[in-house]
Design a binder for this molecule. Structure first.
Ligand SMILES: Cc1cc2nc3c(=O)[nH]c(=O)nc-3n(C[C@H](O)[C@H](O)[C@H](O)COP(=O)(O)O)c2cc1C
Length: 341
């Protein structure tokens, strides 16, 4: 798959997720393979030019994390040029504009899904971004406030007309929570309206979901969010089983995967590690029958070291075999924790 001149090995995109899609999760995903395009979480365009990429937990990255798309949270045209200049310095491979975030704080700031109610402003933002960058430019939307074919069609066609190279549709209305079924069939409508690649997003959590979603949406690819933290090997499984890519199957040992995540967290994320560990554990813990215990124990920890000890105690009680298999990798975390102090 290609976005402008950027070649993606697979049509599987990592979703931008605040607190989750940072260097540590991206590194873990790369271990399994299958991801065509990695992503940052949303980055406030206004703050980006003054952030230090070596110290900011939002911006740190390794050379292996490629190709990497940076998502911008924008609320005005004047923010575009300085943010894009910063992204060139950061070696962004693609730029995504957040038009779908429903969080009240984001909407109040004039960004995210509130922009879907301001198509003329979006037109100016996209036109300015297109003028200022030759990088692949993508946008991520929801279906809107309510089901309106007319509104959605003209919005998507406007994005296409202003030079967006790829459109991701999170197939839910603005107020619909994750417990609501996504409307993948609406992605099929979008696909008919525009000439650019359309990516379906929303509740693709298994290979079966991926097959179903592609069948219903006719999308050119999939974007996966929470599934990346629930089962970081999901991209590899979908790439192999749905698209026929030759990606080696790695035997999953849960404590080892968790240890690899914590190693990457300690190595690459300079600060605010504990919050990121809690966020990841919230999803990853569901792999265990009593996973809520693991999530709660890590949630209550006051430091990364304490969280790690609680996790190890949980694995010892619930996954003796995994603990034995992952012994060496677990020891690596212990040593790193001593180093990090
Ligand atoms: C913790 C969390 C943070 C998110 N942050 C962002 C974000 O920064 N930008 C964005 O466009 N969407 C964000 N989303 C929405 C996801 O990108 C995605 O659209 C949504 O989770 C549906 O995909 P999924 O079912 O594969 O998780 C976030 C979702 C979650 C769960």
């Amino acid at each position: 798959m290609k976005i402008k001149n950027l070649h993606l090995d697979t049509p599987l995109l990592l979703a931008p997720m605040a607190g989750l899609t940072h260097s540590a999760l991206r590194t873990l995903l790369l271990q399994f393979g299958g991801v065509g395009l990695l992503s940052t979480e949303m980055l406030a365009a206004r703050k980006l030019p003054v952030e230090n990429e070596r110290l900011s937990p939002f911006l740190v990255r390794t050379e292996q994390e490629k190709p990497l798309s940076y998502q911008l949270l924008v609320s005005g045209v004047d923010e575009i040029a300085p943010a894009l200049e910063a992204l060139v310095r950061l070696h962004a491979d693609a730029v995504d504009i957040n038009l779908g975030c429903p969080a009240p704080k984001v909407r109040r700031s004039g960004g995210g899904s509130s922009l879907m109610d301001a198509p003329e402003l979006v037109r100016e933002i996209i036109a300015e971004a297109r003028r200022k960058t030759a990088l692949p430019l993508t946008a991520k939307i929801r279906l809107g406030e309510s089901f309106s074919e007319e509104k959605l069609q003209s919005f998507c066609q406007m994005l296409d007309g202003e030079g967006i190279d790829l459109l991701t549709v999170h197939a839910r209305l603005r107020k619909e929570a994750f417990c609501r079924k996504p409307h993948w069939q609406w992605v099929a409508k979008v696909k008919e309206w525009v000439s650019i690649p359309v990516i379906a997003n929303g509740s693709v959590l298994s290979v079966a979901d991926a097959k179903k979603c592609l069948q219903v949406s006719n999308a050119d690819g999939l974007m996966i969010g929470r599934g990346a933290a629930y089962t970081p090997w999901l991209f590899a499984d979908i790439a192999r089983e749905v698209y026929g890519f030759d990606i080696p199957q790695i035997k999953v040992c849960l404590p080892m995967v968790y240890a690899d995540f914590v190693v990457a967290l300690l190595r690459f994320i300079p600060e605010r590690r504990l919050g990121r560990m809690k966020e990841f554990t919230h999803y990853f813990a569901t792999n265990y029958f009593f996973g809520h215990t693991l999530a709660c124990e890590v949630q209550g920890a006051g430091s990364v070291e304490q969280a790690w000890q609680k996790a190890c105690a949980f694995f010892q009680r619930n996954d003796e075999q995994g603990m034995a298999e992952g012994e060496q990798r677990l020891a690596e975390v212990g040593a790193l924790l001593v180093d990090v102090g």
